[in-house]
Design a protein around this ligand. Structure first.
Ligand code: AMP
Ligand code: GLY
Length: 426
């Protein structure tokens, strides 16, 4: 079977490795990929946000299955487009991908199906949004409706900040993604990511993770694409899992069926664990990055078999096995990220740690020149380690990081701190 994997980050490196380890007979292509993925797949240079270009590659390489890493091609309807050409696609069709592509769409489903989430209103114009804000309590959360590369959420501490946010969004801060906005209640609690895999009829629970979005130690400073993550999240006990499945996941899957577009692929629920139980913050229609880099190293079952079952509606026959240890990943970034940073520095030490037991190194912003690896982005590498405890996994990952070096690398030392604190307090 010829497989085309789309994407170029640490998530896709982890996916490429797991696909390659499958006992099923396959050849993997990846577009556009990165130097780490080259160990597992033949790289192809193609614009993955152009459906026609992707179809051309599928035809010329005789691709039978496309695995989509990031959200944009899914929201662009790539799955529908390729399905029409008899190519299997792992991931939801366009309407179902609206669960990530439109915050308003998701909130309306929450309202209709009684799914616990923050109280909200949606607005198409500035003056009605501002009028509404005058009667609200702060902080409050203002969100662009559409995809904004993870930047479309503004937490406003007071009326003035909220007013500025609304004005900026309606002036085009997030382009078309901000044509409509959602204003919602600020939820207090701890965040957890929860993942399931679905076919048209069934779903299987995968696992939980927590990521650290802020640049600074103690979760301070500006938001980033993610500075590290760990899985499973010890906070996610059986009771919380049951509530999440019964009150959030199942009604959502039912809603998509009733809309005539059953959800298929990975569904990632971003949850806030509040005093009233888990509430949905948002859905993503794909694996998280860097959550994927801590989920797949724990997966003992064959990822490719799960993916094919999701595409062919045979998930019911699958059984999932996990490594019982914790996985933790630390992102190594370019100094200055998420603001301005320099690239083009040679990275030393990668080969030395590549074969260490229970250490996984995933490339993101790197490039290869004459067999040397250079930095080429804000988030450069992900170093994942396994451990009996979160603390041990963090310790092992930091030890590996100490063997890697480039001019101006930055990472957080405290990934997993909440779970480590709980471990220390027994
Ligand atoms: P998103 O871009 O939708 O992942 O949101 C980014 C982050 O904003 C989330 O991970 C939360 O930390 C925060 N956030 C979003 N909505 C809320 C909310 N209603 N209450 C509190 N924090 C929120
Ligand atoms: N780690 C957050 C995301 O992938 O959206």
């Amino acid at each position: 079977m010829n497989i085309l994997l789309l994407g170029s980050g640490g998530r896709e490196h982890a996916l490429a490795k797991s696909l390659c380890e499958s006992p099923k007979n396959k050849k993997i292509f990846c577009a556009p990929g990165n130097p780490g993925i080259e160990d597992f797949a033949e790289l192809i240079n193609v614009n993955i946000n152009n459906n026609e270009e992707v179809l051309d590659v599928c035809i010329s390489k005789k691709i039978e299955l496309v695995v989509i890493g990031p959200e944009v091609p899914l929201v662009n309807g790539l799955a529908d487009f390729l399905n029409k050409n008899n190519i299997l696609v792992f991931g939801p069709r366009k309407i179902a991908a609206q669960l990530e592509g439109s915050k308003k769409f998701t909130k309306q489903i929450c309202k209709k199906y009684n799914i616990p989430t923050a109280e909200f209103e949606t607005f198409k114009d500035e003056s009605s949004a501002l009028k509404y804000l005058q009667k609200q309590v702060f902080p409050i959360v203002i969100k662009a409706d559409g995809l904004a590369a993870g930047k479309g959420v503004i937490i406003a501490e007071n009326y003035k900040d909220a007013e500025n946010a609304v004005k900026e969004i309606f002036s085009g801060l997030f382009k078309d993604a901000g044509k409509e906005i959602v204003i919602e209640e600020f939820l207090v609690g701890e965040e957890i990511s929860y993942f399931i895999i679905a076919d048209e009829n069934n779903f299987i629970e995968l696992t939980s993770a927590q990521d650290h979005k802020r640049i600074g130690e103690g979760d301070t400073g500006p938001n980033t694409g993610g500075m590290g993550a760990y899985s499973p999240a010890p906070l996610m006990n059986d009771e919380l899992k049951e509530l999440t499945i019964d009150k959030i996941i199942k009604p959502t899957l039912r809603a998509m069926k009733e809309l005539g577009c059953p959800y298929t692929g990975i569904l990632y629920a971003g949850l806030m664990i509040t005093n009233e139980g888990p509430k949905l913050i948002e859905y993503n229609v794909r694996f998280g990055d860097p959550e994927c880099q801590v989920i797949l190293p724990r997966l003992k079952s064959d990822l490719l078999s799960l993916i094919i079952s999701s595409c062919q509606n045979s998930l019911i026959e699958e059984n999932i096995e996990w490594d019982t240890r914790f996985a933790l990943t630390i992102v190594m970034a370019s100094e200055g990220y998420p603001n301005d940073y320099k690239t083009g520095y040679e990275i030393k030490g990668i080969n030395e740690i590549k074969n260490l037991k229970d250490i996984y190194i995933y490339h993101a912003g790197t490039k290869r020149v004459n067999n040397l690896i250079f930095t080429n982005g804000g988030r450069v590498l992900n170093i994942t380690s396994l451990g009996e405890t979160v603390k041990e996994a963090n310790y092992n990952a930091l030890n590996a990081i100490n063997m890697i070096d480039w001019n101006g690398s930055y990472h957080r030392n405290d990934i997993g701190w909440r779970a480590i604190k709980r471990e220390e307090n027994g």
